[in-house]
Ligand binder design. Structure first.
Ligand SMILES: CC(C)(COP(=O)(O)OP(=O)(O)OC[C@H]1O[C@@H](n2cnc3c(N)ncnc32)[C@H](O)[C@@H]1OP(=O)(O)O)[C@@H](O)C(=O)NCCC(=O)NCCS
Length: 165
């Protein structure tokens, strides 16, 4: 198994795996049936979606775990600048490992490689998107050295047609 930078030729396989991971999350947390959700909305989900893939491809901070031409895991990250009092902040958007290959240290290697690459590019801090009910992800991040406190982000959907400012 090799951990290597994301390449353009990975798009189909990595898209399939990221959507499967997102679907898994929906099945575990929301009552929505995946089939009932609008296709346009589903197509926009994830860092591997048409609108976002290139940003994650170009920065050299996204990686895949590959063996025999198959993608077993992925991590999508990019560098953000001048945010949270930092000039360079490593932003980890999403990661996942194929269910069949979990608990084989693939997630650990992907996350560690991504953080090392971020450091090499000058990041002083890393932020990773995690759900507070995702125990495997929390344990993985702690193992790599992340700390998780009570901070949460307040969100506002600026595309909401009902928004009144
Ligand atoms: C979270 C995820 C990426 C972990 O990948 P993985 O390859 O199975 O993780 P690893 O084998 O590298 O595990 C590293 C450490 O993470 C923790 N961990 C991973 N899976 C765990 C689980 N199911 N329960 C408890 N701890 C777990 C353990 O501390 C583990 O170390 P150990 O094996 O020495 O105990 C994987 O479960 C996944 O893809 N989940 C679905 C998608 C997802 O939730 N992505 C995270 C979004 S931030």
């Amino acid at each position: 198994m090799e951990i290597r930078p994301l390449k353009i030729r990975d798009i189909e396989k990595v898209r399939e795996l990221e959507v499967a991971c997102i679907r898994e999350y929906f099945a575990a947390t929301l009552e929505n049936k995946w089939e009932d959700l609008p296709q346009d909305w589903k197509d926009g989900l994830g860092a591997s979606s048409r609108r976002h893939f290139k940003a994650y491809l170009d920065g050299g901070l996204s990686f895949v775990a590959e063996e025999d031409g198959e993608i077993m895991g992925f991590i999508f990250a990019q560098m953000l600048h001048h945010i949270c009092d930092e000039e360079n902040l490593l932003w980890i958007e999403n990661m996942g490992v194929h269910p069949y290959f979990r608990r084989n240290a693939i997630g650990y290697k992907l996350l560690r490689e991504c953080v090392k690459a971020g450091m090499a590019q000058g990041a002083c801090v890393a932020h990773s998107m995690i759900q507070l009910d995702n125990a495997p992800s929390i344990m993985l991040h702690k193992k790599v050295g992340f700390f998780i406190d009570r901070r949460q982000v307040a969100l506002m959907d600026l595309r909401d047609p009902n928004l009144r400012l």
